[in-house]
Design a protein. Structure first.
Length: 155
């Protein structure tokens, strides 16, 4: 097997702009940074038989995605990108309207692909007159992060 270092920009994130019954997967443009995370919750499972060594058991998993986006804009129509607007609107909602359905995967077709529902934290990044407008985006999982078949597998 040849070893080559993967590029950080290998991830593609898409947001479902359709419905659960009929998903319409739409690219989230402008991603500059992308960090998917799975954080385990552990409980101390130590007992006398461990001879003084700590033992831990994973009892729950939490997932999230942190990303930095360049805020995309159509100057002719004077509107922001519809996926960005959906994320921004979702960040200001309650209940089921506060969840976004997303998937992310390796854009080269490697078997690294996930899908789930998440809440949205939309934070415009402070900037000065020489900066591009960017957004700090945090997607916090609500429920299972499913492993899926990469939509680009075999492409």
């Amino acid at each position: 097997m040849a070893d080559e270092t993967a590029l950080a920009r290998r991830y593609r994130m898409e947001i479902n702009t359709g419905t659960e019954a009929t998903p319409a997967w739409t690219l989230c443009p402008g991603v500059q940074e992308f960090t998917p995370k799975v954080d385990p919750t552990t409980q101390d499972d130590s007992d006398y038989e461990a001879k003084g060594w700590k033992k831990n058991t994973v009892t729950a998993l939490a997932w999230s995605v942190e990303a930095k986006l360049l805020h995309k804009y159509d100057p002719a129509a004077k509107v922001f990108n519809p996926v960005h607007e959906k994320l921004k609107k979702t960040a200001k909602s309650f209940g089921s309207a506060a969840l976004v359905h997303l998937r992310y995967f390796d854009r080269n077709g490697a078997p690294d692909a996930h899908e789930g529902m998440a809440t949205v934290k939309w934070e415009p990044d402070g900037s000065n007159d020489e900066d591009l407008e960017s957004i700090n985006l945090t997607l916090t999982g609500s429920g299972e992060l499913e492993e899926i078949t990469n939509p680009l597998a075999g492409a």
